[in-house]
Design a protein around this ligand. Structure first.
Ligand code: NDP
Ligand SMILES: N[C@@H](CC=O)C(=O)O
Ligand code: NA
Length: 916
């Protein structure tokens, strides 16, 4: 066992021979402890010109060393490798080599890679690096338990080795492991005595995790008969520390050392330690954060490898943080710039410094999931000029979205800034003086304000520094204010092709506007790899989902709440159920019913109700109806960017909520006529709000059910036609009744049939009284610009006087047969005159009035030709004067009404950006 003093002496700063402690250097494991031997052999070999086999030629400044003195057991020919062969580099992190089984899996992956030569970078087994730091911490705090903790480290590796190695291999590894552990013990003892560990002592101790995992893995691979050597990268990777806890690789020196190493260890597979390196003075150091990825990237560059694969535990790089956006998808490819923009903005991609070494040589990086080999992963590479695949896909323009939270905006404003050189310098000089990091800057060219984002925790100091720096300018009014806007987040869209694609930012801001999100500041650099917007922190996830859904998935996701699952509401739910997958697959529209509210109970879901089972689910886990909770759940409790409430009741109380919903950014779709036919002032207020906002209100089914009545009228008006009159049979119920009230049938019997067929209002008296028709007349009159109240429309009621006061619809239906005779008389009178009875509504736009009455028409009149529940509506306009524009068809009934509502929902989706 090496003594403590020997260990420390070998590690001494003045000696260039630190590698004597890790002592593996010549390809044959643990062959020599002697660093000078290594040095003399390699320095000698340098003179003779071994050229390292490389995958690609690059504008490298590397020095080709000369070489003749080869290691004894390897022929010169074996070292002079055939040209054009390629190296592939793999990196396996701690979790990938966390257990014996996983180490075996890693070995399998390496053996299956059919590249001719492979370099594999491994981290320490998972948790080992922390265990090693803990040893240092314990020793320097003079905590005796460091010895027990060191034993745990020994135990872990020894147990793993017993699982995966046997025979000589096992013995060799265990002997080395014990040797290392006794050296570490000596070193930790020294740290314990000194009560202090230098950075290099710490790095030396910590690096053992990588040394052991690399050795074990290489022995497992060798067991297979593969020509494999392990490499202590401290012999090869030389780095210079930089100021900010980072290091810069010395490529020239590293390349020379790699060539030396290779001349002594020619082989097909190299297992190299990740994370650790040496300074030019041969002092052990580490590559700091994400060090093993960095090791792999540097190795990739040194070998000019054909590919570097980073093995991890996710399927690749996502288009957005999947914890925030459940629909985030794995990106097939990313450019190097996109990858580092994404990682800057907090995505779990490679650290930018990991990308730079391989980018220099255009070496692709693959991100793969070791636990899901079937996933192809993400390829980071130069975008291919031939890459026209999916050129219409928005993915090509915006690759992904990322966010940064906990920011504050600072706005320095005043007329005294414009045209004054040095203002920006003075502002940012003051920011620098308090050591704050500026994350984003935006200045309008009018130069009256400069706005920038800093971390929230730094904003107080920044504001104070600016107040003090510009005290005089503020006092005399050249600057009006230094304002702080706290609780902000940055949302960034990243994509290389944004630069060359018109309309990307328009789509981005459009998606934000539609999700009702206010943008506080905007920045886009000339490189245009990203567009950055600042939003309120509480809006950030919603904003992320809105833009992600708009761009990446091109899928319009709408969270819906269905109110009133009666005849029409439940039919709509059936239609949604049957059409959902087609909408998703063919139109990228994702409609999710997050809640169903009846008058007594409601059913809520966080992900979307299974519409095949909503009745059962309501039985199982329905709760007491509560409108406030319902709306909060559908609109506020999740982050789907768009919410729509669909009111399928006939309740005026529910209609009274629309204004509030629209104000909150909730879209409203309804067949309920109460809002548009209620008090005029409320109607006008509602429509004014709708027109000012990006929130939509659709009500096509309120007139003529699924028939295009409202949209036809709108189309005429919006294109500048002038409406003169709208006349029609607006009631499906009354149409059905008068179409079938003949051949001696009883009036009450036909009314019952209409109710059974689902044409009537919940209370059929609303139909027979003419109120329902009057409501439709009012809706169309108001749509045409008339300011009428329901009470302004004279209505002829068909409800017999004595039945108007009946308590219920049921009682009314029971009593109605008593009046059959009266109706039969009217019908026979008309029949005898060669006419039919038709219940019509008229909007007389010219004279600004409306009427609802029972009229008689000649049998050859178009209104006499109807059947079933047909509506017929004739628009007489300036353009359609001699022949009115006529819309005709079934204007009541569950299927056609639900279909009309559904088509309003899809109209909403297309307004929100769904593809047409
Ligand atoms: N039938 C048709 O052909 C057409 C109908 N329409 C309109 O469609 C709407 C629905 O008609 P229809 O389905 O036939 O009527 P239903 O009576 O069958 O259904 C109404 C539903 O609304 C629910 N409801 C009533 N008040 C409330 C409340 N305050 N909160 C929550 N839910 C409530 C009822 O729940 P519960 O049962 O629990 O009381 C019931 O589920 C009406 O506005 C109607 O004018 C429009 C065009 C055509
Ligand atoms: N009850 C109504 C249904 C549509 O609004 C009708 O009969 O037309
Ligand atoms: Na309609």
């Amino acid at each position: 066992m090496a003594s403590f003093s020997a260990a420390v002496a070998q590690f001494s700063r003045v000696s260039p021979s630190h590698t004597s402690l890790h002592s593996h250097s010549h390809g044959t494991l643990f062959q020599s402890q002697c660093r000078p031997f290594f040095l003399s052999r390699t320095s000698h070999s340098l003179r003779k010109g071994l050229t390292l086999p490389r995958g690609r030629e690059a504008p490298s400044t590397s020095v080709r060393a000369s070489f003749t003195d080869v290691s004894p057991n390897v022929s010169l020919e074996e070292k002079q490798l055939p040209k054009g062969e390629t190296w592939s580099v793999h990196k396996f992190g701690g979790t990938c080599v966390g257990t014996s089984q996983r180490i075996k899996n890693v070995a399998d992956i390496i053996l299956k890679d059919d590249s001719e030569r492979k370099l594999v970078v491994v981290s320490a087994m998972s948790k080992v690096t922390d265990m090693m730091y803990d040893l240092i911490h314990k020793a320097q705090s003079r905590d005796e338990s460091y010895t027990a903790a060191l034993n745990a480290v020994l135990e872990k590796h020894s147990a793993t080795a017993h699982d995966i190695l046997d025979g000589d291999n096992l013995a060799t590894f265990l002997s080395k492991l014990h040797h290392d552990i006794s050296n570490l013990k000596a070193m930790l003892r020294a740290i314990y005595i000194a009560g202090h560990a230098t950075e290099s002592f710490t790095d030396f101790v910590v690096g053992h995790g990588e040394l052991w995992s690399a050795q074990m893995l290489s022995l497992v691979i060798r067991k297979n008969g593969t020509d494999c050597k392990w490499m202590d990268t401290r012999d090869v990777l030389i780095v210079n520390p930089t100021g900010s806890n980072q290091v810069d690789p010395d490529y020239l020196e590293s390349e020379q050392r790699l060539e030396k190493w290779y001349s002594l260890n020619p082989c097909k597979v190299i297992i190299a330690t990740g994370f650790i390196a040496s300074t030019p003075q041969n002092i052990p150091t580490t590559l700091k954060r994400d060090g093993s990825d960095f090791s792999a990237a540097i190795m990739g560059a040194l070998f000019k490898a054909r590919q570097v694969t980073i093995w991890t535990d996710v399927d690749g790089v996502y288009s957005a943080d999947p914890r925030k956006v459940s629909e985030a998808v794995i990106l097939k490819t990313l450019s190097y710039q996109e990858a580092w923009e994404m990682s800057y903005f907090g995505a779990n991609v490679l650290h930018p410094r990991t990308i730079i070494p391989v980018m220099r040589y255009g070496i692709p990086i693959m991100i793969r999931n070791i636990f899901n080999l079937s996933a192809p992963g993400t390829k980071i590479c130069h975008p291919s000029v031939n890459d026209h695949e999916d050129s219409q896909n928005l993915q090509n323009f915006v690759k992904g979205f990322a966010t940064i939270d906990n920011l504050a905006l600072v706005n320095v404003e005043g007329t005294g800034m414009a045209g004054v050189p040095g203002t920006a310098s003075a502002i940012f000089g003051a920011v620098k003086d308090v050591g704050a990091n500026v994350i984003m800057i935006s200045q309008a060219s009018s130069e009256h304000s400069v706005c920038f984002a800093v971390p929230e925790k730094e904003v107080k100091a920044v504001a104070e520094a600016l107040q003090s720096r510009f005290r005089q300018a503020l006092d005399n009014g050249r600057l009006s204010q230094v304002a702080v806007i706290p609780n902000c987040s940055i949302l960034a869209a990243v994509g290389q092709k944004m630069a060359s694609t018109p309309g990307v930012s328009a789509s981005l801001f459009n998606a934000l506007a539609k999700a009702n999100i206010n943008v506080r500041a905007i920045a886009q650099g000339c490189s245009e790899y990203n567009i950055t917007v600042v939003v309120k922190r509480e809006d950030c996830i919603k904003a992320l989902r809105a833009v992600h859904s708009r761009f990446y998935l091109s899928r319009t996701t709408i969270a819906m709440g269905i109110i009133g699952p009666g005849l029409i509401g439940s039919t709509l739910l059936e239609q949604l159920r049957d059409q959902a997958s087609t909408l998703k697959e063919e139109f990228n529209i994702d409609l999710r019913v997050m809640g169903i509210l009846g008058s007594k109970s409601m059913l809520l879901s966080d992900v979307g109700i299974d519409l095949a089972r909503w009745r059962e689910l309501r039985e199982e886990r329905g709760e007491v109806a509560n409108m406030e909770k319902f709306v909060q759940h559908v609109h506020g409790n999740h982050f789907i960017p768009n919410t729509a409430l669909v009111d399928c009741t006939a309740d005026s109380v529910i209609a009274g909520y629309y204004y509030d919903w629209l104000r909150k950014g909730i879209h409203v779709v309804t067949p309920n006529k109460k809002a548009n036919s209620g008090p005029l002032d409320q109607y006008l207020k509602l429509r004014a709000l709708q027109r000012q906002s990006y929130t939509h209100y659709f009500y096509e089914a309120t007139v003529g059910a699924g028939l295009p009545i409202v949209s036809t009228l709108r189309g005429l008006l919006e294109t500048g036609d002038k409406i003169l009159q709208i006349e029609g049979i607006f009631s499906g119920t009354l149409s059905y009744i008068f179409n079938n009230f003949k051949d001696g049938r009883a009036f009450s019997e036909v009314v019952s049939e209409a109710k059974e067929a689902g044409y009537t209002e919940p209370d059929p008296r609303d139909d027979l009284s003419g109120t329902d028709v009057a409501r439709k007349v009012i809706i169309l009159a108001r749509e045409s610009g008339l300011k009428l109240e329901l009470s302004n429309i004279p209505v002829e009621s068909l409800v017999p006087e004595p039945l108007r006061a009946c308590a219920s619809a049921q009682e009314f239906m029971q009593e109605l047969p008593k009046f059959d005779q009266e109706f039969t008389k009217k019908q026979e009178d008309a029949e005898n005159a060669g006419e039919v009875l038709r219940y019509v509504g008229v909007v007389d736009v010219t004279n600004k009035k409306g009427v609802v009455e029972l009229r008689r028409y000649k049998k050859d009149h178009p209104f006499a030709q109807l059947s079933g529940s047909d509506n017929i509506i004739a628009f007489t306009t300036r353009r359609y004067k001699d022949q009115p524009l006529i819309v005709r068809g079934p204007g009541a009934g569950a299927q056609v009404t639900a279909g009309g509502i559904f088509s309003d929902i899809l109209r909403l989706a297309s307004y929100l950006g769904a593809p047409s």
